[in-house]
Design a protein around this ligand. Structure first.
Ligand code: PLP
Length: 402
């Protein structure tokens, strides 16, 4: 079994979640829209999960809409607000959003409609933060929506979303946050935070893949992306993925119960790794602020070895360690710099090579010991090998960002 340090890409299902889903698959096979007893059982399971997700976020159950993924939730938030427009809109996002938001903004810009959408991309500082003063400068009279991620998926830095949301609200605009990396790892209180829309995804907090949710503040009107039978109160048609939703709900309940204890364990691992890596590997440096980051999220650069990030990843893979590269992780894009690191002001050479190490619920002290023993050897080994690296020789295929 590999020591799995790629929890930002996805997390393993918690066995307790598997048990709940197994029961749901066997017993809640009815269609939640059916009126008979079997259908009502499935409906109850979906509504229980809605309450569990709401409780994790301190929201009301009627503010939670299940979707097919975090990507779909973010698309629904942005497209759903803009579809309602009766005039030209301006939206603001950052230069280092996940493609779920960035690509949706680009698509909105290209949309042919009587009313145009203009998009501003806020800069990011070298520590990995969007500065509130930049938002103040970018706001316009017709700014309708601001969308800034809660935690960055490459460097793990936590954005000042409460302050950004407050500034947005003072201006009279709506605030969406892509919280896919943050939910289940840091607390949210949507009863008091100035957030109108929030996207989340179950597979990032030990729930199943292919199920997400969008928080939509009460009274906010959105247009649906998927039309049909009117499920999810008309906002997301299609028969509900009952077992997936049950899994998401239970994963949310576990995350709520165990968050404080888990975060302190992961922070302990994280800080131990920072200390050891930056002390024992002479050219290693941490990317992004050391403290205002997700409990288990690390991203390192290796001065002078930037072109070797993928080789380092594959060497670690041979040593049974799974990590990720911060650059675009694909054969056809292996030489491309990471847009996130470029946005943080790194030069294209530095932005080509980083190592993302993301810890999760099932990591142990033994995993961390193993990683800290192997990483210095792997970096030293690469320094001494001077062969050419051809990304097409690896098993990498074109992949999305995670
Ligand atoms: N937003 C962020 C910040 C992410 O890291 C991811 C996934 O990696 C997504 C959105 C997309 O979530 P999903 O995989 O559920 O579509």
């Amino acid at each position: 079994m590999q020591s799995y340090f790629d929890n930002a890409a996805t997390t393993p299902l918690d066995p307790r979640v598997i048990r709940e889903m197994h029961t749901a698959l066997l017993e809640c096979y009815g269609n939640p829209s059916s009126l008979h007893r079997t259908g009502r059982m499935a409906r109850e399971a979906v509504e229980k999960a809605r309450a569990q997700v709401a409780s994790l976020l301190r929201a009301s159950p009627e503010e939670i809409y299940f979707t097919g993924s975090g990507t779909e939730a973010a698309n629904l938030a942005l497209m759903g607000v803009c579809a309602e427009r009766e005039s030209d809109y301006h939206i603001i996002t950052s230069q280092f959003e996940h493609p779920a938001v960035a690509e949706t903004c680009q698509a909105l810009k290209r949309q042919k409609s009587n009313h145009r959408v203009e998009v501003s991309f806020l800069p990011v500082n070298s520590e990995g933060f969007v500065e509130p003063s930049e938002l103040v400068k970018a706001l316009r009279k017709n700014t309708k929506l601001v969308s800034i991620m809660a935690a960055n998926n490459v460097v793990g830095t936590l954005q000042p979303i409460t302050e950004l949301g407050r500034i947005t609200h003072e201006h009279g605009a709506l605030f969406h946050t892509d919280a896919v990396q943050a939910v289940g790892k840091i607390p949210f209180n949507l009863a008091s935070q100035p957030i109108d829309l929030l996207s989340l995804s179950a597979h990032k907090f030990n729930g199943p893949k292919g199920v997400g949710a969008l928080f939509v503040r009460k009274e906010l009107k959105l247009s649906p992306l998927i039309l049909g039978g009117g499920q999810e109160r008309g906002l997301r048609s299609s028969t509900e993925n009952v077992a997936g939703i049950v899994g998401m709900g239970f994963a949310a309940e576990l995350a709520k119960q165990e968050m404080a204890e888990e975060a302190s364990r992961l922070v302990r691992f994280r800080d131990r790794i920072i200390e050891s890596v930056t002390t024992n590997i002479p050219n290693a440096y941490l990317i992004g602020d050391p403290y205002r980051r997700l409990p288990g999220h690390l991203c390192f650069g290796f001065q002078g070895q930037e072109g070797e990030a993928i080789r380092l990843l594959l060497t670690l893979d041979e040593f049974q360690i799974a990590v990720s590269s911060g650059s675009a992780c694909s054969a056809s894009h292996a030489d491309e710099p990471s847009s996130v690191l470029m946005a943080m002001g790194m030069n294209p050479i530095q932005a080509r090579g980083s190592l993302r190490v993301t810890l999760g619920r099932f990591n142990t002290d033994a995993d961390v010991d193993h990683f800290l023993e192997v990483l210095p050897k792997a970096t030293a080994q690469l320094r001494s090998i001077k062969t050419n690296f051809h990304p097409t020789n690896t098993n990498f295929q074109k992949r999305g960002h995670s």
